[in-house]
Design a protein around this ligand. Structure first.
Ligand SMILES: Cc1cc2nc3c(=O)[nH]c(=O)nc-3n(C[C@H](O)[C@H](O)[C@H](O)COP(=O)(O)O)c2cc1C
Length: 177
């Protein structure tokens, strides 16, 4: 199985990154092929609601680096969406990616895939409700299934390393994929 992780935090080596690493390490113990990408390495423009993706080949007309991510997402069996909680939502970069998933509503290339969300935050799980619901409803719309959640409580960069319980839970989730 192919596992693709998308990191929506601007901090490399931050809490999202570290928790996602655990999920991927766990998945590798079951022989899955896991790959991690940093969204901040990609130029992703806003969705302009041109509706081009609703016609013809159902592809996005915006020619930016999102075009590299579409085939990778279509090829994955499991997609891990990692974003810190920013104002009870995702980071702007992750939101820009989500907005650009609209072609998948039409071409249905994500139907049947599984999704995991990794959402560290300063406040912990009590801050994550709206964001989990946003992801869950969006996945449902895309025909995907939310199969796992990792909600680490951490604020400073790398602070999650002090929380062995959360790291272990993330690793175990990866191994269960
Ligand atoms: C702009 C901004 C908004 C944030 N909003 C929230 C929030 O609404 N609730 C919360 O619990 N933490 C919030 N945080 C804290 C981050 O979620 C937390 O520091 C997280 O561990 C960062 O993950 P990272 O190391 O992967 O970037 C915010 C941080 C920033 C920079």
């Amino acid at each position: 199985m192919k596992v693709l992780a998308l990191i929506g935090s601007p901090r490399r080596g931050g809490n999202t990154d570290l928790l996602v690493d655990q999920v991927l390490e766990g998945s590798r113990t079951k022989g899955h092929v896991a790959r991690k990408l940093y969204l901040y390495d990609y130029t992703i423009s806003v969705c302009s609601d041109c509706r081009g993706c609703k016609k013809g080949d159902y592809v996005c007309c915006v020619h930016d680096e999102m075009q590299q991510l579409y085939p990778l997402m279509a090829d994955a069996d499991v997609i891990v969406f990692g974003t810190p909680v920013y104002w009870y939502g995702p980071t702007a970069k992750m939101k820009m990616l989500l907005d650009r998933l609209r072609p998948f509503v039409e071409n249905k290339k994500l139907v049947g895939k599984r999704a995991v969300v990794v959402l560290p935050s300063a406040e912990g799980s009590k801050a994550c409700g709206p964001l989990i619901e946003m992801f869950r409803l969006s996945f449902e719309y895309l025909g995907m299934e939310l199969v796992g959640k990792v909600l680490g409580k951490a604020y400073e960069k790398g602070e999650i390393l002090e929380n062995k319980k959360e790291l272990d839970a993330a690793y175990k989730m990866g191994a269960l994929l």
